[in-house]
Write a protein that binds this ligand. Structure first.
Ligand code: FE2
Length: 238
């Protein structure tokens, strides 16, 4: 493990964009000085082991930490991430793209760029909505000790889960190869390209957290619920 509960939260957050973003998704306000992860988490009621599991996974790619997470806390983190993508990041990127494409005389190129972004954003939203509407409620029920979707397993729910279609390659390629680069556009288009790279990278890390930590932890919970139900059933039948 790279970080433990005595690590200083400020050092973790200053290490990379992905680690810094954990703060807002766990609703940890800035200004914690030199306090340790454990102190800050205890003060705010954040599950320290879940925070550390995600921080360590982001920093080292070690997925074995999934055993130590609280599924409820992970759900909170994932829902906050989804809100950030849908309510802030995707609209903000579109706004930025519109402001740079407004500077382009070639209106066909400008509308192609916006269409490529909209296709990507629609695919990302479909993916996130499916999790919000199907996967998370199923797992929230497991956390409360019950099951939704009679007879269905979490694996059945996830199977209907499309990955985000394609990526941002086409959009980035069009921007790099064809966007007019001049005194008026240079800074704006450079900025939006950097932001698109960061967004894509962040969504990849997010998906990896779901696949490597969230789903295995939720499946363990489902298994333990099934065995306790069958144990109760067994006891009653005796
Ligand atoms: Fe997600």
């Amino acid at each position: 493990m790279r970080f433990n509960e005595n690590s200083r939260l400020g050092d973790i957050a200053a290490e990379s964009t992905h680690l810094f973003m954990l703060l807002s998704r766990f609703e940890i306000p800035l200004g914690f000085g030199d306090k340790s992860v454990k102190t800050v988490c205890d003060e705010l009621g954040v599950d320290c082991r879940t925070f550390l599991a995600i921080a360590n996974f982001v920093a080292t790619n070690d997925g074995t930490v999934y055993h130590s997470v609280s599924v409820a806390s992970l759900l909170y983190y994932l829902r906050a991430s989804h809100r950030y993508y849908c309510d802030f990041l995707l609209p903000k990127l579109r706004e930025e793209l519109l402001s740079v494409t407004d500077l382009v005389d070639d209106r066909k190129l400008a509308s192609l760029i916006i269409r490529l972004f909209d296709d990507y954003a629609a695919s990302a939203r479909r993916h996130l909505d499916f999790e919000n509407d199907k996967v998370f409620p199923y797992v929230e029920a497991l956390v409360k000790g019950s099951r939704l979707n009679d007879g269905k397993q979490l694996s059945d729910v996830i199977r209907q889960h499309d990955s985000i279609d394609g990526d941002m390659s086409e959009l980035k390629t069009v921007l790099v190869k064809y966007f007019p680069f001049n005194d008026r556009t240079r800074d704006g288009v450079s900025r939006i390209l950097c932001d698109l790279f960061v967004c894509e990278d962040d969504l990849n890390v997010h998906s990896n957290i779901e696949d490597t930590i969230f789903i295995p932890a939720a499946m363990d919970l489902e298994k333990s619920l099934s065995s306790s139900v069958s144990a109760v059933g067994g006891a009653q039948s005796r």
